[in-house]
Design a binder for this molecule. Structure first.
Ligand SMILES: Nc1ncnc2c1ncn2[C@@H]1O[C@H](COP(=O)(O)OP(=O)(O)O)[C@@H](O)[C@H]1O
Ligand SMILES: [Mg+2]
Length: 387
């Protein structure tokens, strides 16, 4: 039975682009709470964020640069940008807005302070859903994370339940890996949960923007070529690997509030002598790869396949270092490949997750996987803004 078509939209911690996905959902028994619907990602599209909006959102995400006025402005600007982008995209691909059941909008996280990091945990995503509903005429569902946090959860990660829907029928001991600004994994095994392992692209992106002098076309270290040109600095790597977040047991989640330049600086200062810029980049790549490999190994000791989504899957150096780190931990035969190897567009997975969460909300089904978020129980996530 077809249960509808849903659009998902996502701007992640990298603040690079708006990812859009259109999905079809069906289930032979109609809507039911177990995570085993049939989901097909029918179309996907990425719209780069205009420079001015990106700069404003980045400022909004930094505690010392944000204000209520900036927050309100960004909320509205991003809501309008999402609404216009969806309208333009649906027109371009010849999809009638009336054929879309609902939009699921993640919005931009401007602050994520999960339980364990502060006394009063909160998480805040912006991109006014009223504007999206007004501009598209489509029911818009947003604010997915806060109900989970109200139930004592981390509010994150929410993608593991969807990863299960999308990849759960494949053979093997799978661990889905999303390398966005932050990296999160979804192991399918005895412990099937999911958590943020630590940084993804965020540290490398920040170092690259500050120190790479060539006028490249991209804002990031394309394919990890710059990192590959440097040497890993052992003392710096050892210092980074002592970070206490890495040793925490899941459920856990993190963000750019934690893994950022201010986090890196003391490690650099403690390490004797000047380190070449490309060697820092090489060390950050190695640190990121080892952190991910350790997270995978601990949560799924018999892992056989790691489908990788998110922009970091295109960083060939990082993926090579990850394979090498997994091999060094005894996983010689583990297959690590972009999700395209399994026929799924790796830029669309996280956006599709929010389309699926919109489907769950539409039918009043829980959207959180409590093993991943640590919430007291399953909860229906998100609020509806009628089109
Ligand atoms: N060709 C590439 N080579 C290396 N890194 C890339 C490439 N393409 C994208 N990236 C990385 O992916 C990031 C965006 O990934 P994305 O999954 O959109 O993250 P987020 O969910 O945090 O927005 C970029 O900031 C960049 O670091
Ligand atoms: Mg992105």
């Amino acid at each position: 039975m077809k249960l509808g078509s849903f659009v998902g939209c996502m701007t992640g911690t990298s603040v690079d682009a708006l990812d859009l996905a259109l999905i079809d959902v069906s289930h032979p028994n109609g809507p039911e709470s177990s995570f085993n619907e049939e989901v097909t990602v029918t179309r996907a599209h990425t719209v780069p964020l205009p420079e001015s909006l990106r700069d404003a959102l980045l400022a909004c995400g930094q505690p010392d640069r944000s204000s209520v006025d900036l927050l309100g402005r960004c909320d509205r600007l991003l809501g309008e940008f999402i609404g216009e982008s969806i309208t333009r995209w649906l027109h371009a691909i010849d999809v009638e807005p009336t054929s879309v059941t609902a939009i699921g909008s993640h919005g931009q996280t401007v602050r994520h302070r999960p339980p364990g990091s502060v006394d009063q945990p909160f998480t805040l995503q912006i991109g006014d859903p009223n504007c999206i509903a007004e501009l598209t005429g489509i029911d818009t569902i947003a604010d997915f994370r806060r109900r989970d946090m109200a139930a004592d959860g981390q509010g994150a990660p929410l993608a593991p339940a969807f990863h299960r829907v999308l990849f759960g029928k494949l053979d093997g001991h799978l661990c889905i890996l999303n390398i966005g600004g932050i990296s999160n994994i979804s192991p399918f095994g005895d412990h099937h949960g999911g958590f943020d392992v630590g940084p993804g692209n965020c540290l490398m992106d920040e170092w690259y923007a500050a120190h790479h002098t060539d006028d490249g076309a991209e804002r990031y270290d394309a394919s990890g070529a710059w990192a590959a040109s440097g040497n890993v600095h052992d003392a710096l790597l050892a210092s980074l690997l002592k970070d206490p977040y890495l040793a925490l047991n899941p459920p856990k989640s993190t963000g750019r509030e934690y893994f950022n330049r201010a986090w890196l600086n003391p490690h650099l200062e403690q390490t004797a002598g000047e380190i070449a810029k490309q060697d820092v980049q090489a060390t950050l790549a190695e640190f990121t790869a080892i952190t991910i490999a350790d997270g995978i190994r601990k949560s799924l000791p018999d892992v056989s396949h790691v489908p990788v989504c998110g922009g970091g899957r295109l960083n060939t150096h990082l993926l090579q270092r990850l394979v090498s780190a997994l091999h060094a931990r005894g996983h010689d035969h583990c297959v690590v490949k972009p999700t395209e190897h399994w026929g799924i567009d790796g830029d669309a997975v996280e956006a599709a997750a929010f389309a699926w969460l919109a489907y769950r909300r539409h039918y009043l089904l829980p959207g959180n996987m409590t093993e991943a978020t640590g919430a007291k129980g399953p909860r229906v996530l998100g609020a509806i803004y009628p089109g």
